[in-house]
Unconditional design. Sequence first.
Length: 251
Amino acid sequence: MGQLNLFTYIPSTSIAHDLDVRCKLCCLSLMSLATFRGGPVPLALITAMVAGLLIPAAIRPLTLLRELKFFFLLVAMVFISRSVTTGGEPMINLLGISATKQGIAEGALLSWKFVLVMLMGIVFARTTKPSHVKGAVQWFLRPVPFIPETRAAVMISLFLRFMPLILNQASEVSQAQQARCFHLEKNPVKRLVRLTVPLLKKTFQSADRMALAMEARSYSEKRTDPAFIRSGHEPLTLALCLLVLGLSFMV
């Protein structure tokens, strides 16, 4: 069995775990909008809120750095790209490439936003059962015409369940290749192909086994979903998220 990763649900009794999943989805949407709309002051407030949720979600900084190393590499590339392509006052000049003061500020702000959105998604995944997500998505889509809400909710729920599995399989493939000294390969295209092909094969095989297991158990879309349980903190939590969203538009 693969090890747990950042996108695996961890049972607990924290406030984030006890919130109604519908409230968590609304708060996630509001905070994501506030993150992309806001400046340094709202982002600092959102960062403090997210940092407070990382502790009950059992997420350690070293684990974040290890599991999200490729994501942080992408963020670094975005920061460098924005720093050298934004016009303004030159601040750093290296090998004929200038990074402007305005570009560095914009790149840092954009990278900050990307990291916050990723952390909010991780907190949501660590504190919410996929079955509860299915019920919430189905509840939100039920009033929308021409959309099979049950089928759409099942697809999203299965995606959330498969995400940790895919990450574990990618880690297993990478470790197997390192044991065969494949990390010494210098060609990045070959390395990408050799990692992607076996990973896709494992993913499709797992999906086939899941489909067969569901058929063997006479799975049907008409089934009893988990009941929504409110903790009583939902109004205050929504009000706080709306306050942060309003602050992001004002500041």
